[in-house]
Write a protein that binds this ligand. Structure first.
Ligand SMILES: [Zn+2]
Length: 385
């Protein structure tokens, strides 16, 4: 066996590794772990559904796995791996805006706000636990999901912990928008940017590891925009494809709609956003992929489009919207997405985005204008639960 082949075998994913794709990140982290060069804190950045939490959990299992051979950690089978997977391990804590604050006094002192935020009390809890020896594993692991949602006092408290790291403590911050974290925090973490997972990796993973049939795997891998989390939840949820179809019709209706239709759509986006950020993030990602496909067709790269099932509609749009206008539309959506990350005034953000969208003639997209009687450009907000 050649050295290169030996190395590639050695660097195959351990049996318990669950993250789809992101091989570079996997090798980087496991090499750091196995050569005792693990950082105290990591910042995993990437859009929703890309695999940040999955990677953070794999790392949590790897550092606490009981398999005797370091190269086979995480094994996925030992008591420690299993307890982490089931959320029972005493040394692995996930913190997000819904985590209850343990310290009662701290809880009572927090201001109430309807925004989803990570409060200082949660970071105080983290600091307290981090000062204790691991209870059952080798590392105390803290995963902060939605690190950009930390209020300033929480961020300041975390900074103190990051400045004086305890050994055997691993802190992993997850965020879709690393630029909204204070630089003082970001600079104390090793940053890993998670990029979209290639279509073929996703397709294979969906079949081999999630039991998808070939047809579903192919469709989902193409429209997932590189986000395994999205593909997996779509596979588990029979209504996901239908929701996407509705979203595509909303986009087409907005493209052919009057200014009033567009503003109504913009308002419905901000209404949904208050209850369900994830769905709006999906909708924005769909807008980007829509215009990206129009751009690709304009450049003769039709084989690479994501929304293959809407090929005809994309062609129709591409026939009247030039590549520079499509590129401008992509930028308009991306700038709206960035404004949302900064918690800007949402109705205004969506209205500006819609003003920047090119308009196409209704005759070009028959499906958006009467073809589907039930489809409207507005989006009904989810029911209160
Ligand atoms: Zn294990």
């Amino acid at each position: 066996m050649t050295t290169a082949a030996a190395r590639s075998v050695n660097e195959q994913a351990p049996a318990g590794w669950q993250t789809f794709g992101h091989e570079g990140a996997r090798k980087f982290l496991l090499r750091a772990l196995n050569t005792a060069r693990l950082a105290h804190a990591y910042l995993l950045a990437g859009p929703p559904g890309i695999g940040k939490m999955s990677l953070a959990m794999d790392l949590a299992r790897a550092v606490n796995c009981l398999a005797p051979e370091p190269a086979s950690r995480p094994c996925g089978a030992c008591r420690s791996c299993q307890r982490i997977t089931r959320g029972l391990h005493a040394d692995v804590t996930v913190i997000d805006p819904d985590t209850p604050i343990e310290n009662e006094k701290a809880r009572a002192a927090e201001e109430t706000t309807s925004r989803r935020v990570i409060r200082k009390g949660l970071i105080d809890d983290l600091e307290h636990r981090a000062s204790l020896k691991p209870f059952e594993g080798r590392y105390r692991v803290f995963i902060i999901d939605g690190a950009e949602l930390m209020l300033a006092p929480a961020a300041n408290a975390l900074l103190k912990t990051l400045e004086e790291p305890e050994s055997n403590v691993l802190i992993t911050l997850l965020t879709p928008s690393p630029s909204s974290l204070p630089e003082t925090i970001a600079s104390r973490c090793q940053r890993i940017d998670l990029r979209p997972v290639p279509v073929d990796v996703l397709e294979r993973g969906l079949m081999e590891r999630a039991g998808a049939n070939a047809e579903n795997a192919k469709t989902l891998a193409r429209i997932a925009q590189g986000r395994p989390g999205w593909a997996l939840s779509a596979l588990a949820d029979a209504t996901a494809l239908d929701r996407r179809r509705q979203a595509v019709y909303r986009i087409m209706a907005a493209l052919v709609g009057s200014i009033e239709d567009r503003f109504r759509y913009a308002r419905s986006l901000s209404t949904v956003l208050r209850k369900d950020r994830g769905s709006v993030a999906d909708e924005m990602a769909l807008w980007v992929s829509w215009w990206r496909d129009v751009l690709l067709i304009g450049h003769g790269l039709e084989h690479a489009i994501a929304n293959e099932d809407y090929r005809d509609a994309l062609h129709a749009v591409s026939s009247v919207i030039g590549t520079s206008e499509a590129a401008k539309a992509v930028r308009a959506v991306q700038s709206a997405a960035r404004a949302l990350e900064r918690n800007a005034m949402t109705p205004l953000v969506f209205e500006v985005m819609m003003l920047d969208m090119p308009r196409v003639d209704a005759g070009l997209l028959p499906a958006a204008s009467g073809g589907e009687a039930s489809v409207d450009s507005t989006w009904a907000p989810p029911e209160d639960s």
